[in-house]
Structures are given as C-alpha cells and as structure tokens.
Design a protein around this ligand. Structure first.
Ligand code: ADP
Length: 614
C-alpha cells in the first residue's frame, strides 16, 4: 500500500497491538540507532548491564543461602567472609562505574541519539510530498515522532537493560527455589497470567496519548493565533479572540472527557494486576512454604528463610519483568510511528543518477490534475508551450487553477494524465533538486525566515560575495533603500523572534525582499505568483520594468490579478475553471473581444473611475 494511503486510512485512536515480530524489529531498530551514533556508548551501556545483572542475585538470595548453608554444615567462616568480600568489591566497582557512566557518559550520548533521530525526521519532512501537508494525520505523526525522538530510543535501551538483569535474577533465584521445592515455581509463574491485563493497560495508555494529539494541535494553533503577528490584526477586530478562547476552552473539555474515559479503565486493570501478584503469588507461596516447614516438616528452617527471601524478590522482579515486557509493546508502537515516518517514501523523489536540468522549452501537454480527496479535476487538459526566454502571463479568476498549474511546473505534484516536458524530456526524468533549482520563485504567500536578509534572498547558507549580490538584487526589486537604512543592512535578521536587533518589515517591504530572490540568481525560469499584490501601482510598475530587463534570456511565468502587468507579456493564457480559455498576445486577445478583453476593460474602467474620483 502506498504510504499516503496508509496515512489517510490510519485512525490513530484505534491503533492495534503490534505483532511480536514487529515489536522485536522495532526494538532492534531503536538499538541500531544507538549503535550507529556511538559504538563505544552502546558497548559500555550493555557491558554495565551484563556485569550488574548477576550482582542482585548474588548479594541477596544467594548470599543468604551461602550463610545458611555454611551455618547448617559448619563450614569455615573464612570461606563465607571471602565470598562476602568478593561481592562487596564487585558492588563497589559497579557503583564507581555507574557514577561515571550516569554523570558523564550517558547524558551527552543520550542527546546525540535524540538529535540524530530528530535530524533524520526533519530531513524526511523536508522531502515529503506537498500533498502530505494537506493530510492532518501527517502532522500528528510528525509531531508524535518528534516528541518521541527525545527519549523513546533511550527508554528502549533502559527496557533492554532491565530485561537482561531481571531475567538473570529470576532464572538464578528460581533455580535455587526449584532445588528446594519444585512446586514453588508454580506460584512464581502466576504473575505471567497477569500480563494480559498489563498489555491492555499499556495499549490504553498509547491510545490515550494518541487521542490527545489532535487536541494538542488545536491548542497549539490557538496559542499561535494569540502571539503570531500574522493574526494580530484580525484578532483585534470583531470577536475573534473570544472565539479562539472558546476553541481553547472546548479543547480542555475534550481533554477532561478523554481522561475520564481512559482513567477508570486503567485503574481497574492496575488493581487486577496487583491483586493477582500480591495475594496469589506472595501470600500463596509463603503460606505453602510455612506449611511445609511447620506442619509437614519437609523443609528446614534454613530453606524456609531462603524461600521467604527469594519469593518476594522473584515475584517483585517477575512483576517488573512483565511490566518490562509490556513496555516493549508500548515502545514498539511509538517506534512504529517513527519508523513509519522515516520509511515514508515520497512519490516525487530525488534520483541522484538522473540528468540535471539545463533550461529549454517547457511543453505542458494535455495535463489533467485532481487534488487528493477533491471531487473534480482542478486542471482539465491544459496545454501550453513556454519558449526559452519567453514572458508568459497566467490570468484568470480566483480558483481557475493558475497556482495549481505553477505547482505542477515545479513538480510539487505530478499530473493525473498528460505530461510536462523540458527540452524535449519529461520533467520526471530530471534530477528533482536540479530541476527545481532551475526556477526562481516568489509566491503570493511567501514567508520570511528568522535569518539575515542575505539568506532570505539567496535561500541558502551565506557564501562569499552574497552580500554584494543581494544588495544589487534589492536595488532591482525596490527593497534596497529600506534594508540599507537598517543598522546592519543585508545582515539584519528578519523578525525579532530570536534577535532583539532584528527588523519587522511591512508586507510590502517583505515582498520586495522576496522579489530580490529572482534577481539574485540566474536560473532559466522565473515564477511569480501574484508577486506584486502588496505593492502600490508605482512600485509594481517599476518592479516589472526591472524584472523584464533583468530577466533577459530567462523564461518568466507570472500570475497577476492586475491585467495591466500582463500587457507586456509575450503570451497571455487566460485560465477558466481548469482549462485554458484563451491565449495570445494582449492585442490579439483584445481584438478577439472575449473574456480577457472583457476583464481588461472592466479593470481599466475601475482604475479610470478611481482616478476620476481622486
Ligand atoms: P488560482 O491560483 O487560479 O486562484 P488555484 O490553483 O489556487 O487557483 O485553485 C484552483 C482550485 O483548486 C480551487 O477550486 C481550489 O479550491 C482548489 N485547490 C487548491 N489547492 C487545493 C488543495 N490543496 N486541495 C484541494 N483543492 C485545492
């Protein structure tokens, strides 16, 4: 099944327990990440475990049995003393080792592992198909995987560590009990039956956390509307902040309902486990041992003391072992989310062996496209040719499919049918990164990063010579005077989020910075999607003049509402409900006296009207 389909079909609330094979595979996956980050850390961790594992048994139950045996059989006291000294040296050595391990070795490595996983997740997110961003479960999975990256892998290591030393303790103690009376083992096995309740409890826990994610996402969203400047104006007019607070408050009720739903069930399951363990195992085994000693006289007092000591230890560890095993089930569910995300293969992906793109004519041939979940096609058999160096204007009413066509050109989506080719070759055959690099784009919903202006323009880490390049580009886009008036010029950080000396620019100023992107490189294609919506008509006119001059030899595809900017285009395509309704030069289309001419006259009238009013 395709990953995307899986993303959609999965209902997190109903997530099932994973099969044992998958649980083991996920545990191995987690351990492999640690091994990958640091072999030495991995080895030290488990050497510590293996050295520590028998100590618990030797220093408690076995030591007692050595003493009882020594007293019963009149053994020399030196032998017992030597054994005690041996255990003491071992314990002290382990304590010293653990001290160094927990305070020095572990913390740094734990962070390294978390970072390694987080970086891998971020890289995956960056390569995910754009369509994933339209799927809410994609965000939930991503957020969950990121949250878990902090310590889940480390917790898997902890569980493996516990498993090793508990199994060691239980095996050795059970063997000792078995030599005293084999029937005692039956009591020890009872807690295994309680495992069923424990698994149910763990599964509920995972469901509970998974169900919280969409509510968390909602709350995060509301919090953002309160502090992000994007929302600041709308939040102050009308009653939006009251509305948002209500969404926030409702989400608290949702949390409360969830807690009620899961809390009661969890409490019952927990009670059943404790009852089984404490009443049946411990009290049962002790009664049996005392009966055999006092009534039947089949056990010696010494054996009875060892049984009393061992039963508690074995039961306690068996109980924890079951919890421990159930933990693997829980870890596996979370690791599965992480792996699911990491294993996600984008449909549109990089092929490093594919040839690089080098410009040329673009031919859009009968392209049809439908968004996932949409009921009808957004593009219906669109065809066009963009010749090298040509300036193309895409015009049409809102929702007619202009931006969608641009997204197809950039290969954010692939067509349902038809094809797009560059220089005679289907664009799917080019190396994706190189193909996309052949475009300079400015989108209507452009975003500034909290980074210096220079990096916001080049959209890459600063290289030598970038400052001059960006200053020149800003001159062309009209943003130069504003940016150079700032104390640090092109080195000014945008927004004050991380830098109190940063600059908050107006939307128009930001648009000029983003427009500088097209002047700062010489990629063969320029895409401008409503690039001048926040510019005044004079700034827009100037920007277009500059763009036409600076883009000589480069193909330009621009979408604009203001048809006045389409006049100078070599070719105009008018889109209407997903089809190219008209195409030609401005004068051809005016002569045709169709939809374009109609729209143009209407807009012109508006302008003239406004001027007259003024
Ligand atoms: P334009 O750029 O001409 O305003 P768009 O290409 O943005 O038009 O949108 C064309 C149609 O596709 C619209 O009806 C819009 O609602 C729909 N659409 C755009 N993006 C998506 C999406 N991600 N999922 C579903 N439908 C979408």
């Amino acid at each position: 099944m395709k990953n995307k389909e899986k993303l959609n079909k999965q209902k997190p609330e109903k997530k099932k327990r994973l099969p044992v094979g998958r649980t083991i595979a996920n545990t191995v996956f987690a351990l492999k990440q640690v091994w990958h980050v640091s072999h030495s850390y991995f080895i030290i961790y488990f050497v510590n475990t293996i050295l520590y594992a028998p100590l618990n048994f030797l220093s408690s139950t076995y030591l007692l049995s050595v003493i009882v045996d020594g007293v019963k059989n009149n053994k020399p006291v030196e032998g017992i003393a030597a054994f005690i000294a041996f255990i003491a040296v071992w314990s002290i050595g382990m304590e010293l080792f653990s001290g160094v391990y927990w305070s020095i070795i572990s913390p740094g490595n734990q962070d390294k592992v978390a970072n390694y996983v987080r970086i891998k997740l971020s890289q995956k997110a960056a390569s995910a198909d754009l369509s994933c961003y339209e799927t809410p479960s994609f965000f939930d999975k991503y957020v969950k995987a990121m949250d878990e990256a902090n310590d889940r892998i480390y917790r898997v290591m902890g569980s493996v560590d516990n498993l090793i030393w508990r199994v060691t303790y239980i095996s050795l103690s059970s063997f000792l009990l078995f030599t005293i009376d084999p029937w005692l083992i039956l009591f020890m096995l009872f807690p295994l039956l309680m495992g069923i309740f424990r698994r149910m409890e763990r599964k509920l826990g995972h469901e509970y956390i998974t169900s919280q994610k969409p509510i968390n996402r909602k709350q995060d969203y509301v919090r953002r509307t309160f502090y992000q400047s994007d929302y600041s104006k709308e939040m102050r007019i009308g009653n939006m902040y009251v509305r948002m607070l209500r969404v926030y408050r409702d989400s608290f009720y949702e949390f409360r309902d969830l807690t009620r739903k899961y809390g009661f069930k969890t409490a019952i399951l927990s009670y059943l486990q404790n009852f089984g363990l404490e009443v049946v195992t411990i009290v049962g085994a002790l009664t049996y041992a005392v009966y055999k000693t006092v009534v039947l006289k089949e056990l010696t007092i010494g054996d009875c003391i060892i049984v009393l000591n061992a039963v508690g230890g074995v039961s306690y560890n068996l109980n924890n072992l079951l919890q421990n095993i159930a933990e693997f089930g829980e870890h596996a569910l979370y690791i599965d989310d992480m792996r699911y995300f990491l294993d996600y293969e984008p449909k549109i992906k990089e092929d490093e062996k594919a040839p690089k793109a080098n410009g040329g004519d673009i031919v859009v041939d009968n392209v049809t496209f439908r968004y996932e979940g949409a009921e009808k096609d957004t593009l219906k058999g669109v065809s066009m040719r963009i010749r090298k160096g040509e300036k193309i204007a895409l015009v049409g009413l809102n929702g007619s499919g202009k931006t969608t066509l641009v997204k197809m050109l950039l290969r954010f989506y692939d067509p349902k049918s038809g094809s797009i080719s560059l220089d005679g070759k289907d664009i799917k055959e080019y190396r994706l990164s190189s193909y996309r690099e052949s475009y300079s784009c400015v989108f209507q919903d452009f975003h500034m990063f909290s980074l210096p202006v220079v990096e916001n323009v080049t959209l890459r880490k600063r290289r030598e010579g970038d400052e001059e390049l960006v200053e020149n580009a800003l001159k062309e886009s009209g943003g130069y005077d504003k940016i150079m008036s700032l104390e640090n010029g092109v080195n000014t950080t945008l927004t004050k989020e991380f830098d109190e000396n940063g600059a908050n620019l107006s939307v128009g100023e930001q648009q000029k910075v983003s427009l500088a992107r097209i002047f700062a490189d010489d990629s063969p294609f320029i895409i401008l999607d409503e690039p001048s919506s926040a510019l005044d008509p004079i700034a827009e006119h100037k920007m277009f003049e500059n763009m036409m001059r600076a883009s000589e030899g480069r193909s330009v595809i621009f979408i604009s509402h203001r048809l006045s900017s389409a006049v100078s285009a070599d070719r105009i395509y008018l889109m209407d409900d997903g089809v190219i309704a008209e195409e030609g030069t401005h004068s051809e289309l005016m002569k045709k006296n169709g939809k374009y001419a109609n729209m143009f006259c209407l807009q012109a009238k508006n302008y003239v009207g406004k001027e007259a009013e003024a």
